[in-house]
Ligand binder design. Structure first.
Ligand SMILES: [Zn+2]
Length: 200
C-alpha cells in the first residue's frame, strides 16, 4: 500500500469543492463525496448537515472508496442511496455517547453529529434502547459518579464536573432522584458498609 497522500482513492480538496460543500450544491453530487474524520460519516456535497471543520474533511471520488476507508453513510443525505438501518444508526449514536458523555451533549448536538433530526433521533433511540438519549447520558454520568464516590476523595463539585454536569446543585438533585440518596449520603453509606458493590 502507498501512503495516504499517494493513494488515488483520496481526492484533493479544492476551493471549488469546499464551496460546493458549504453551499450544499447538488450539481456536485456523484462527482465527489466528502467524509468527516471526527464523526466517521460521509456525505454528498448537497447534504444539509452542519458544515464541518475543513481540516477534518477528506474527499472521495465515489461512495465505495469512502466505505472502504471505514466511513459510514450519512443518514440524512444517504450517499449510497440506501437507507441506513435504524439499529445501526442508533448503535453509532450510542457509541458516540459512551465516548463523550462527560462533554456537553444535547439532543440537538447529537442530531447534528448523527445527521438526523433531534425528534427522529429521540423516537428511534427510545424505540430501540428503551430510554431516551438524555436518560442514557444521565445513566452513564450517575454510574461514573458512583464510581468516583466509591474510589476517590474528590469533592462532590469535582465529581459533578468530571462526569459532565457543571451545575452542582442540579447534580445533587439528579443523583438523589435517581439513586435515592444524595452523593454525600451515598459516599457515607459506602464507607459504612451499608452499600456493597451495588451496580447500575
Ligand atoms: Zn449527509
Amino acid at each position: 500500500m502507498e501512503s495516504i497522500q499517494d493513494n488515488d482513492d483520496y481526492g484533493v480538496m479544492t476551493d471549488e469543492k469546499w464551496q460546493a460543500i458549504i453551499s450544499n450544491d447538488a450539481s456536485y453530487n456523484n462527482i465527489f463525496f466528502y467524509a468527516v474524520k471526527t464523526t466517521k460519516i460521509f456525505c454528498k456535497p448537497s447534504c444539509k448537515s452542519r458544515v464541518p471543520n475543513k481540516e477534518n474533511v477528506c474527499i472521495f471520488h465515489n461512495a465505495q472508496q469512502a466505505l472502504a476507508a471505514k466511513f459510514r453513510p450519512c443518514k440524512r443525505c444517504k450517499p449510497t442511496n440506501e437507507r441506513l438501518p435504524d439499529s445501526e444508526w442508533v448503535t453509532q449514536v450510542t457509541q458516540y455517547i459512551d465516548k463523550n458523555f462527560t462533554e456537553k451533549l444535547t439532543l440537538e448536538t447529537l442530531g447534528d453529529i448523527a445527521h438526523g433530526s433531534p425528534y427522529h433521533l429521540q423516537r428511534t433511540f427510545k424505540k430501540l434502547n428503551g430510554i431516551t438519549p438524555v436518560e442514557y447520558i444521565q445513566h452513564l454520568r450517575l454510574s461514573a459518579a458512583k464510581e468516583y464516590l466509591r474510589q476517590t476523595n474528590k469533592s462532590i463539585e469535582e465529581i459533578a464536573t468530571c462526569v459532565g454536569i457543571t451545575n452542582t446543585p442540579y447534580f445533587i438533585t439528579l443523583f438523589k432522584k435517581k439513586i435515592g440518596h444524595t452523593p454525600a449520603q451515598y459516599r457515607q453509606m459506602i464507607k459504612g458498609g451499608e452499600i456493597i458493590d451495588e451496580k447500575g
